[in-house]
Design a protein around this ligand. Sequence first.
Ligand code: NAI
Length: 386
Amino acid sequence: MLLWQEMEREGLEELVFCHDPHSGLRAVIAIHSTVLGPALGGCRYWAYASEEEAVRDAIKLAKGMTYKNAVSNLPYGGGKAVVWELPSAKAAKPDTDSGNGRHTAEDSIAVESGVEPSGSNNLNRNVSQRAHIFRTLGRFLERLNGRYVTGLDLGTTAADMDQIRLETTYVTDTTGSLGAQNDFTAEMTAYGVYTGIVTSLHHQGVTSLQSIPVAVQGLGKVGHALCRHLHAAGARLIVADVVPERVQRALVQFSGATLADPAHIHAADCKVFAPCALGGVLTPATVEELRCSIVAGAANNQLSHRERVVRRMQARGILYAPDYVLNAGGIISTAYELEGAGPDQIRQRVAEIAGTLTQVYQRADASGISTADAADRMAEARLAQP
Ligand code: NAI
C-alpha cells in the first residue's frame, strides 16, 4: 500500500500511527479534513485481519465523516480512530450491546499504579489492559491539540471514552453524557431517518404515512425505534431481522405488522424500503428486485458497486435517500451536545435533515444527476467555501 498515493487519492490531511509497547496499543488516527473545523468521528475497536485493512478502514471512515458533517452543515471536519483489537484483550470486551460497558474503579487504579487489583485473574488483567490501551490513546489524542475529537463507534464503550478522558478533553460520549446513552443516539438516528422518509414521500406527492407499506430490514436499536415512529404515523410495517426475538417483539408491539424473510425483504411489495441492518444491501442484483419507489434507511454504505446501482435506481424511478444524509442524527446529536445543547434542541437540529434532503432532491432534479451525486456535490461545495 502506497500511503501518500492513497492519501492523495482520498484527499486525506493527516494519518497518525500510534504504538505503545507498554499497553500494546496499536492505533491509526485518520484526519481527513479540518477545513470546516476540528475533525469529528468515533473510535472503532476492531480485530482487523491486517495492518492494511485497519489503515484503509480508518481512511474510508474518516472521509465518510467529512462528507456527513459537511452535508449536515456541522462546524466539524471528518476523522476517525481505529484501534487494533489484540486477541488477548478480546476476553475483556464489555457488553457493547448496551454501549455502557463499565470498567471498575479498581481497574483504573490498577492502570494508574501499574499494579493489578487484588485477586486479579485473567479477565481483570485483560480489562485493565483495555483500559490502559484507551488511556494511552488519550495521550496521543492530546498531542493532536484538538485537531481531532473522538467518541463512540463500533466496539467501543463509554468506559473506553472515560479512559481517554483521563488524558484529554478531546473526547465525547463519556459516562453521563447523552452520547453515552446508546438509546439516545440511536433514537436521534431513527428520528432523522423517519424525518427523511416523510420528506421523501412528500417529494413523490404523498403527504401522509397512513396505510403506506414500509419494509424495515433490521430491528436493532435504530430499526426498532424507526418502526415506533412509523407505526405511530399509521404506516403498514413489513419487518425482518435475523434474530427471531426482535421480530417477535416488533410483531407484538406494532399492530398490523407483517413478517418478511430477512434475505428478501428488499423485494417486498412496499412503498419504502428502509435498510437498517448491514451495509452493501443494494447490489446490481438486489436493485433489480426492488418493488419500492423509495429507499431510505439508516444502514451505512448501502451501495455496493455504487455507480451501477445508483444508475439503475435512477432509471427505474426509485428515489434514493443518500445514507449519510439520512443517518446523520447520531453525529448531529454529538456535535450539538459538544456545543452544550440539551435533548430538545438536539431533536430540532436532527429534524433539519428534512431541509438538507430536500436540497439534495432539488439539486438532483435540477441537474439530472443522481441523489447520491447531489449529496456529494453539496458536501464538496461546502468544503470548497468554508
Ligand atoms: P444494531 O446492531 O442495534 O441493529 C442491527 C440489527 O440488524 C440487529 O437486530 C441484527 O440482528 C439485524 N440484522 C443483521 N443482519 C441482518 C440481516 N441480514 N437481515 C435483517 N436483519 C439483520 O445496530 P443499529 O445501531 O440499530 O444500527 C443499524 C444500522 O444503522 C447499522 O448499519 C449502523 O451502522 C447504522 N447507523 C447506526 C447509527 C446509530 O446511531 N446507532 C448511526 C448511523 C448509522
